[in-house]
Design a binder for this molecule. Structure first.
Ligand SMILES: *Cc1c(COP(=O)(O)O)cnc(C)c1O
Length: 368
């Protein structure tokens, strides 16, 4: 018999993605898995043309619309390939044929979006965070689009660097945003956006699928000479079922959205995110003699990914190891930057942030 463990044995998971999901959702998925609602089989064994699967897609779409307040002229799509696939897809649909777009270079994820866009069209990097080592962002009010740009791309939260846009620029071209790591954590001003995409595994579900919100006038711009799967048109016309879709992922997104709605939606998420992040940034600030340091400009510190260092790399390692023993998992910084990182998405309870802050206090007192 395999080892069985219960939900109560779960630890606090601070991983950047895949990451912690609501235990109620995991439990429901587990209960419904072998025999989905009396159909005699699981959802992931059924035809995607079957009524139960279509119902899941309809409900997931409706919930994303309702919880986020997506306007009627925007489509809600679920697509395979995660956020990375969208880097190229955005460019192939909106930038091919000698067109130009503006990009903001805010860190590791923006860099990837820029590289893929450059492979397809002309890119103006209108902001480059290099002088600050990508630890700050431009004042949103100062951001201007280049005349003739198709869109302005930004990464709303840099998951690795821990920098987050607080206000969105107001420009005379549509914003296109990679919102992978702060999607559904606060309200969105949709009047500014033509297209939003987010890999699910940071706030709303399992990896492998992206939620794409695309306005109809952006779909109208998509060229007809693209291979089928690469064209947004085919996906909007087939309600995310252009091919066999990632049913399990979309089912999980549906459950997470239901959970979020029950908690109080984006207003609740925003208030929780503010609380959790404040608990951790305060723990950094109060550490004696600056034991912990957060390199990010205070104005743009992320409420989703809190990055910090201890006085040495050896202590960073020790911190991560000892925290793990206390049931505080996944605190190692990204391999490209080192240090420590606590990712605190929607499903992280306030108690998780408090437990980590307590541990930080103790660790600093012992090693400072
Ligand atoms: C995780 C992440 C991605 C990549 O997502 P995949 O689903 O792995 O492709 C892209 N952008 C941001 C901001 C991310 O956090």
């Amino acid at each position: 018999m395999a080892m069985t463990t219960t939900a109560t044995d779960r630890i606090f998971n601070f991983s950047a993605g895949p990451c912690t999901l609501p235990v109620e959702v995991l439990q429901q998925a587990s209960d419904e898995m072998p025999n989905y609602r009396g159909n005699g089989m699981s959802l992931i064994e059924m035809s995607h043309r079957s009524k139960p699967v279509i119902a899941v897609f309809d409900e997931a779409t409706a919930l994303v619309r309702e919880v986020l307040g997506v306007p009627a002229d925007m489509h809600v799509l679920f697509m395979g390939g995660g956020a990375t696939f969208q880097f190229g897809m955005v460019a192939m649909n909106l930038l091919a044929g000698g067109k130009t777009a503006d990009y903001t270079h805010s860190g590791a994820w923006a860099k990837k979006a820029i590289e893929d866009a450059k492979a397809v069209g002309k890119v103006n990097v209108i902001f480059d965070g290099k002088p600050s080592n990508y630890m700050t962002l431009p004042d949103a009010a100062s951001v201007k689009a280049t005349p003739g740009a198709e869109y302005l791309h930004l990464t709303s939260n840099e998951t690795i660097g821990g920098v987050q846009w607080k206000d969105m620029p107001t420009v005379n071209v549509p914003l296109v945003a990679d919102m992978s790591s702060d999607f559904a954590s606060k309200p969105i001003d949709f009047t500014k956006f033509g297209l939003i995409y987010a890999g699910a595994q940071k706030n709303i579900g399992p990896a492998g699928v992206a939620v794409v919100l695309i306005r109809q006038d952006m779909v109208d711009r998509c060229p007809n000479n693209l291979v089928g799967y690469m064209n947004y048109k085919g996906h909007t016309e087939n309600q995310s079922m252009l091919n066999t879709p990632p049913v399990f992922q979309v089912y999980m997104i549906k459950l997470v959205m239901q959970w979020l709605k029950g908690k109080g939606g984006l207003a609740w998420a925003q208030q929780q995110a503010a609380k959790r992040s404040e608990i951790l940034y305060k723990a950094i600030e109060r550490s004696g003699g600056g034991f912990y340091k957060c390199p990010v400009d205070a104005k743009y510190r992320s409420q989703m990914n809190v990055v910090f260092t201890t006085p040495s790399e050896a202590l960073d390692d020790q911190f991560v190891k000892e925290a793990e023993k206390e049931g505080l998992s996944g605190l190692k910084g990204h391999r490209s930057v080192g240090g420590c990182r606590a990712s605190i998405y929607n499903a992280m309870p306030i108690e998780g942030a408090e437990a980590l802050a307590n541990f930080m206090d103790q660790f600093a007192a012992k090693n400072g």
